[in-house]
Design a protein around this ligand. Structure first.
Ligand SMILES: Cc1ncc(COP(=O)(O)O)c(C=O)c1O
Length: 362
């Protein structure tokens, strides 16, 4: 029996994507072996690789100026690879701090060169409860790039309109909200997203980058660290994570079958409205710390009157078939992650549980 999975990542995957993997596991398309046993240079895997890229391009409506890459090492490795590639000697990079992940991204850049905090919404207690408005950010017009985080997985905040970085290249960590809705990729120079939330299992990072930005990168770094090396080799410079990419292919196939990104957005907004509506209507019992304009559609965080009640909530929800509700170890409280694979019905089940829990304990 499958549970309702509200994990923050790795997160639940759409059932049809898993069923397809199960059906194809031992004998991929009559080849007598699984996809992960195929050579990454063979025609079977190559078809999967090209299809995954083509589906991403189609879902995003990607302009010809941009390209799709696959990387490994998680989003955390991109924290280091970005300054390695783009923080040229004598330049500085701007970082917008909106949560723990953006702090980590900044820490890696600091090791390699000059950085500047263009804005920070960190509260005195170290928590973040909102993202900055455009007016609060001061960009260095000479910056090598501006780094932002579109959705802050730990604190449950999200940019609902992206910052305009002007002529300065915009690099964005979209690990926890990539493909939640249509986006205009032309506005970004580099987007990266670990797959394990909205688009597949861990092990692969999807990168969408402006070709000219990749060409502008430093050349005095090891070849394997250069994004351009991987772009020139169509992400086949070395052995890619073939099984993870195959699973991303299955998830993207499901997404397109559901109606693509407009359909994902409608579902995701409906789920977020249901959850925040429930929290607001029971505000005497539940408290939602994030300012309304910054509320995430992907990670809904809230607290109960006591830690004992929070523990009870998690335990009783588990008995009712719902897992993954405990907040991040750094933030405490509760967190519901409602990535693309979580259905509206799943969220309605949780909302029903939240109402009856508040009624019986409040
Ligand atoms: C926004 C964001 N950035 C980066 C990361 C780090 O990803 P990884 O564990 O793949 O390095 C995470 C992981 O949860 C995340 O949510």
């Amino acid at each position: 029996m499958r549970v309702i999975n509200f994990n923050a990542g790795p997160a639940g995957l759409p059932l049809p994507a898993l069923e397809r993997a199960r059906d194809e596991l031992l004998d991929f398309q009559g080849s007598g072996m699984s996809i992960m046993e195929h050579s990454h240079r063979g025609k079977e895997y190559d078809a999967v690789h090209q299809e995954t890229i083509a589906r991403l391009e189609r879902l995003l409506g990607l302009p010809k100026t941009h390209t799709v890459l696959f990387s490994t090492g998680g989003a955390s490795m991109q924290f280091a690879l970005i300054p390695t590639n783009f923080l040229h000697a004598g330049t500085s990079a701007d970082y917008v701090l909106t949560g723990g992940w953006s702090e980590k991204a900044l820490d890696e850049a600091k090791v390699l060169g000059q950085t500047r905090v263009a804005a920070s919404t960190r509260n005195p207690d170290g928590r973040y409860t909102r993202v900055p408005t455009q007016a609060e950010v001061t960009f260095d017009p000479k910056a090598a790039y501006v780094h932002t985080t579109s959705n802050n997985t730990l604190f449950g905040t999200q940019f609902h309109s992206f910052l305009d970085t002007g002529a300065v290249p915009h690099v964005c960590d979209m690990s926890s909200d990539f493909l939640w809705k249509p986006i205009d990729c032309a506005k970004f120079d580099l987007i990266y997203a670990g797959a394990q939330k909205n688009l597949g299992p861990s092990g692969v990072v999807v990168i969408v980058a402006k070709k000219a930005f990749l060409e502008s990168a430093r050349k005095d770094i090891p070849k394997v660290f250069r994004y351009q090396t991987h772009a020139e080799a169509n992400s086949l410079y070395n052995t890619p994570p073939t099984l993870a990419i195959y699973l991303v292919r299955n998830v993207l196939t499901w997404m397109e079958g559901q109606g693509g990104l407009p359909a994902m957005e409608r579902r995701n907004r409906a789920k977020a409205d249901a959850l925040y509506g429930c929290l607001d209507s029971l505000a005497g019992f539940y408290s939602a710390p994030v300012e309304k304009a910054s509320r995430s559609t992907m990670n809904v965080v809230f607290r109960l009157p006591s830690e004992a009640l929070e523990e009870q909530f998690v335990a009783e929800a588990k008995k009712a078939g719902m897992v993954g509700l405990k907040g991040h170890r750094l933030t405490g409280g509760l967190r519901v992650s409602t990535y693309n694979a979580v259905s509206e019905a799943d969220v309605q089940t949780l909302v029903g549980f939240m109402k009856s829990f508040a009624k019986s304990k409040g």
